[in-house]
Design a protein around this ligand. Structure first.
Ligand code: KIV
Length: 264
C-alpha cells in the first residue's frame, strides 16, 4: 500500500507496523511495485552497480539518478519516492548541494537520502528547512566503501557502535524523517530503533528495525553469484529468465515461433 507522506511513516512506527521498502530504477518495475503491497520506493545509488555494472556506488551521478527517478515516478505516480544523493553531492558546498536536491525533486522525488552525519548535519538541516524531507543512512554507507575497506559489517566494536548511536540521535535532531541502518549488528539496530521516535529501515540489520529494504535485483534473485548472509531471494530470477530466453531461442530455431496465431 503506497505510503504518501512522511507523517504516515511516523504513524506506522507509532502503531508498530512494519514498513516495506524496495529499491527501484525503471518504469516497468515501478509499475509492478504500484500493484503490490510495497509501502515505499528508494531510487538508490545502487543503480550504479545493478543497472550500470560498476563495482561501487561512487560512479552514480546526479544526471544518472535524475533519469532513474523520472522513470520510476512515471511508473509509480502515487508513491513516496526517496532518491539517493550521489557521491559527494552534499559535500561540495551549499549551492551545488541544493542544485542536486532541486534536480532530483524536479525529476519526481518526494525526498532525498544522504549517507552519514558527521560534517554535513548543517546541510541536512538546511535541506529540511527548505521543505525537502531527508532520510538518513548509517552503518555501512557504501559511498565510503574505500574508507571501510569493503562492504563490511559496521558497529561491531564498542566505539563504532557508540558513534553510530550518537550519529542516529544527531540525524533525528537535524530532522530526518527516517533512517536506513545497513549492515550493523541486530542488537545495535534494536537499540537505535527503541531510542529514536523516527522509523528505522534495515538492510542486514536484523529483525528489530521499523521496516526493511532490499535491492530489487537481490530480492528477485537476478544474480546467482550474489548471496550475502542478509539476503533472502523471493524468486530465482536469473534461472527463470535464462530458461525463458533459452525456450524462446529453441522455439525460433525449431520454427515454432512465431506460430499462426502470432502472425498476420
Ligand atoms: O542505494 C541503495 O540501494 C541503498 C539501499 C541498499 C539502502 O542505499
Amino acid at each position: 500500500m503506497a505510503v504518501q507522506s512522511i507523517q504516515r511513516f511516523q504513524k506506522l512506527k507509532a502503531e508498530n507496523k512494519k514498513i516495506c521498502f524496495i529499491t527501484c530504477y525503471d518504469f516497468t518495475s515501478a509499475k509492478i511495485i504500484s500493484g503490490s503491497n510495497i509501502d515505499s520506493i528508494l531510487v538508490g545509488d545502487s543503480a550504479a552497480m545493478v543497472c550500470h555494472g560498476y563495482s561501487t556506488t561512487i560512479q552514480a551521478t546526479t544526471e544518472m539518478m535524475a533519469v532513474h527517478v523520472a522513470a520510476v515516478r512515471r511508473g509509480a505516480p502515487d508513491y513516496f519516492i526517496t532518491a539517493d544523493m550521489p557521491f559527494l553531492a552534499h559535500r561540495k558546498g551549499l549551492k551545488e548541494t541544493m542544485a542536486t536536491v532541486d534536480r532530483l525533486m524536479k525529476s519526481g522525488a518526494s525526498a532525498v537520502k544522504i549517507e552519514g552525519a558527521k560534517g554535513h548535519l548543517d546541510i541536512i538541516s538546511h535541506i529540511i528547512e527548505s521543505g525537502v524531507p531527508v532520510m538518513g543512512h548509517l552503518g555501512l554507507t557504501p559511498q565510503s566503501v574505500h574508507q571501510f575497506g569493503g562492504h563490511k559489517l559496521q558497529g561491531n566494536k564498542k566505539e563504532t557502535a557508540e558513534q553510530i548511536l550518537m550519529d542516529a540521535h544527531s540525524l533525528q535532531s537535524a530532522g530526518v524523517f527516517s533512517l536506513v541502518l545497513e549492515m550493523v549488528p541486530g542488537s545495535l539496530a534494536k537499540k537505535i530503533t527503541n531510542e529514536l521516535h523516527i522509523p528505522t529501515i534495515g538492510i542486514g540489520a536484523g529483525p528489530h528495525t521499523s521496516g526493511q529494504i532490499l535491492v530489487w535485483q537481490d530480492l528477485l534473485g537476478m544474480d546467482d553469484e550474489f548471496s550475502p548472509k542478509f539476503l533472502r531471494k523471493y524468486l530465482q530470477g536469473q534461472t527463470l529468465i535464462t530458461d525463458a530466453l533459452n525456450q524462446y531461442c529453441d522455439n525460433v530455431r525449431r520454427k515454432h515461433f512465431p506460430g499462426k496465431e502470432e502472425s498476420f
